[in-house]
Design a protein around this ligand. Structure first.
Ligand code: ADP
Ligand code: ZN
Length: 607
């Protein structure tokens, strides 16, 4: 979950301080306007002339009242000088009232230190923001591990659909936590830590909770990102605290989400790495080495980035058991939908198998979301239960964001969008290896002005070179259509271009699909996230000649893709015109309608 900055107490403090300083500055300038600033010499002359009626001497300023030539009573100020005779002069010239004043403690403090404090605050705030922390800084020290009462952790393996293999492997942990002594008597060897690998939303947290629920032990959870704090030492003390809680409540289960936030390769960044993270990681290693499994504490951690983890974490005696939590396959998706659909009312006609088929690549969290959205959509329409249409709309929403009917495009723009999307659709239809088109629409949704939905046939885990080439051609279908019909380019294709470029780059540098370069991995960021130190050191072996060749090969793939798309659309311009006419009329076309248009069995559209 992302937290918003303004909730941070530092942030509020920062604005209040800024406000006070501005107020003070304004105040002092206002006073300046009413005061006459005198030179020290003028001040002394005025004393001698008997014009001064009152003097206040502060360490850094002398203020007072004097009469000018016209007899007006005015305020003045002047800078004090090292003048031991001042008091004598004041006395000798019968100044009626004079005294020394101390500047108010607060004013002088704020004036001298305020800007520095402000800068420091601002710096802290920026650093925290940069590190994505944004957590309440006031609460440091204590781990924010949330304890869940064993009786409250009602989640069991029944609530986790699919992931049969993961559940199977975790059974052993459950058996151990249920009765650690018995388990050990039987000679079972238990791992200290289990690492769950899987994409976000695949149910890793849910699985960990279910282990605790099944075993009936307390569940303590924390997130790796909570450990990486601004202040050195805080993360380490939180780790200590988490383990202590676990030990006190043994047998118990500790869960650390996003462990990659802590457990990244040490010395990864330039400049020797991140002190705080390193300390936290070291503390975690110390705790893991220190505790004995006899105590009955098990640590489960989750990450979607196993590649960036410090190898030290994976050594025997630490996270020595690693379990993959895969994206759900078709049958698993159906099961997950079943689990969540139990909580809402659905029409008898709703076929969850069809929904499961339509959602390859979706993870458990997405599917839970779809069911939830369908229920909300039904409620919004005052239906008593969710129907298939609600589910269809829910899929689109989860996939691409809600439809944005509020965006009104001009007729010209709509026509361009229609051609753009028809371009994608027709290229996809004509290329044998491209994923089938499920739907095309010119209703804006999320960030997109129009959309072409493609779904792979069944479950696919491998992509061939031909498929990748076809994919790139389909991505360029939109731009090619614009170029053919309007002979001008718009910004609408920027996302397509970036996707095509990414894929082409991967083909050359990772998949070894370029004949000229061959199967060499030249991938510069295997992690995906920019990791300055590693990137540079990893890529330094790339000769200038090789980088040039890589660029040439990428460009060739891109050019080929665009050429293919152009050729197809030029040849089938008539079909494209038909599709655009239908799209402008109906806004959305489903796969049957697209099929009809492409097969040329279309009746001419009137108007
Ligand atoms: P992760 O920890 O892998 O990011 P979560 O465990 O937090 O994912 O999953 C988020 C939500 O998605 C869960 O609360 C649950 O509602 C749903 N979910 C995910 N996977 C499954 C699953 N296999 N079975 C049922 N629900 C699931
Ligand atoms: Zn496009």
């Amino acid at each position: 979950m992302k937290e918003k900055m303004p909730k941070n107490p530092w942030f509020i403090f920062f604005w209040i301080s800024l406000f006070i300083i501005i107020f003070m500055l304004m105040n002092s300038t206002r006073q300046k306007a009413q005061e006459v600033e005198l030179d020290y010499s003028q001040f002394k002359q005025n004393i001698k002339a008997g014009m001064i009626s009152m003097v206040e001497v502060a360490p850094e300023i002398i203020k007072g009242q004097f009469k000018n030539e016209k007899g007006e009573l005015l305020k003045f100020k002047t800078k004090p000088m090292n003048d031991p005779n001042l008091v004598k002069d004041l006395e000798e010239n019968n100044v009626p009232k004079f005294n020394g004043v101390e500047k108010s403690w607060l004013t002088s403090f704020l004036l001298s230190w305020g800007p520095i404090i402000l800068l420091l605050l601002f710096w802290f705030w920026m650093m925290r923001g940069m590190m994505g922390g944004g957590k309440q800084a006031m609460a440091f020290g204590k781990s924010k591990a949330k304890a869940a009462n064993p009786n409250q952790t009602k989640v069991t393996f029944k609530d986790v659909a699919g992931c049969a293999e993961a559940k199977e492997e975790l059974q052993e942990i459950v058996a151990f936590l249920k009765d650690p002594a018995k388990f050990q008597k039987l000679g079972g060897k238990i791992p200290k830590g289990v690492l769950l690998f899987g994409a976000p939303g695949t149910g890793k947290t849910l699985l960990a909770k279910a282990v605790a629920g099944e075993a009936g032990v307390p569940f303590f959870s924390a997130s790796g990102s909570e450990f990486v704090e601004m202040f050195v030492g805080v993360g380490a003390s939180r780790v200590r605290d988490l383990f202590e809680q676990g030990r006190k409540n043994a047998p118990s289960l500790l869960f650390i989400d996003e462990i990659d936030a802590v457990g990244r390769h040490r010395f990864a960044g330039i400049g020797g790495g991140h002190d705080e993270r390193e300390q936290t990681l070291n503390q975690m290693l110390v705790e893991m080495d220190g505790f004995d499994t006899k105590e009955g504490v098990i640590l489960i951690a989750a990450t979607n980035r196993p590649d960036v983890l410090d190898p030290a974490l994976l050594r025997p005696g630490r996270f020595d058991r690693q379990i993959v939590v895969p994206n759900p396959a078709l049958s698993d998706r159906k099961e997950i939908l079943d689990v969540h659909a139990k909580n809402i009312k659905i029409d008898a006609e709703v076929n969850l198998q069809v929904i499961a088929k339509r959602t390859p690549g979706f993870v458990g969290a997405d599917l839970a979301n779809i069911v939830n959205e369908a229920a909300l959509l039904a409620a919004r329409k005052d239906q008593t239960s969710a129907n298939m249409k609600n589910f269809e709309e829910a899929i689109d929403r989860v996939m691409a964001g809600p439809a944005r009917k509020s965006i009104v495009s001009t007729p010209d723009e709509l026509k361009k969008i229609a051609y753009h999307e028809s371009g994608h659709t027709i290229v996809a239809k004509m290329l044998p290896k491209a994923d089938p088109v499920h739907k095309v629409s010119i209703i804006p949704r999320g960030q997109a002005l129009g959309l072409t939905w493609q779904l792979p046939d069944g479950e696919k885990h491998l992509t061939t070179k031909e498929e990748a080439m076809d994919k790139i051609a389909v991505l360029f279908g939109g731009r090619a259509a614009e170029q053919i019909v309007f002979n001008e380019l718009s910004t609408g294709a920027s996302n397509d271009i970036s996707q095509a470029t990414k894929l082409a780059t991967k083909m050359v540098t990772t998949f070894g699909m370029s004949d000229k370069i061959g199967p060499i991995s030249l991938d510069k960021d295997s992690g995906g996230e920019v990791f300055l130190g590693r990137d540079i050191s990893k890529n330094s072996h790339l000769s200038e000649k090789m980088s040039e060749l890589v660029d040439i090969e990428i460009k060739k793939i891109i050019d080929d893709g665009l050429k293919t798309a152009m050729a197809i659309l030029k040849k089938h311009k008539k079909i494209m015109d038909d599709m655009v006419a239908q799209l402008l009329k109906k806004e959305t076309l489903d796969s049957d309608e697209i099929e009809t248009i492409v097969k040329g069995r279309l009746e001419p559209v009137a108007g």
